[in-house]
Design a protein around this ligand. Structure first.
Ligand SMILES: [Zn+2]
Length: 133
């Protein structure tokens, strides 16, 4: 606390943890080694302990964040977007952890991978506006 500075001017925003740069910053805080998110994930998949622990922290933070969404909205599904959504391990790790944070005895919400690329959220937002003219 109060957490890393965010580009918005506040500190500790979820974006500072649950983004590619946030993931890399967390890894660097632990190891003093600057790696890209892709390199950290590759190291984790290769069995590197600090990388595995960083990925586990990321999954746990994402599970906690999404538990709030489930608690408030109880969505039929949660679809991940953005570059970090390409990490296959998250689709098992996160749902296996969010039960500990959801205010219910069971969770049926599936965590789904995007169907149209990791920029699907941006594409969907663009579809909300009708064509000009
Ligand atoms: Zn912020």
């Amino acid at each position: 606390m109060p957490g890393p500075e965010c580009y918005c001017g506040k500190k500790g925003c979820i974006e500072t943890w649950l983004s590619g740069p946030g993931f890399a910053a967390d890894y660097m805080l632990d190891t003093r080694e600057a790696l890209s998110p892709e390199a950290i994930v590759a190291a984790a998949e290769g069995g590197n302990r600090p990388a595995r622990l960083a990925l586990r922290r990321y999954a746990d933070r994402l599970a906690r964040a999404l538990a709030h969404v489930i608690n408030i909205l109880d969505p039929h599904a949660i679809v991940l977007g953005g570059g970090m959504s390409n990490i296959a391990a998250l689709y098992d790790e996160v749902p296996s952890r969010w039960g500990a944070y959801v205010f219910s005895d069971s969770v049926s919400t599936p965590l789904l991978r995007h169907a149209h690329g990791d920029a699907s959220g941006v594409r969907g937002a663009a579809w909300l506006w009708p064509e000009a003219g």
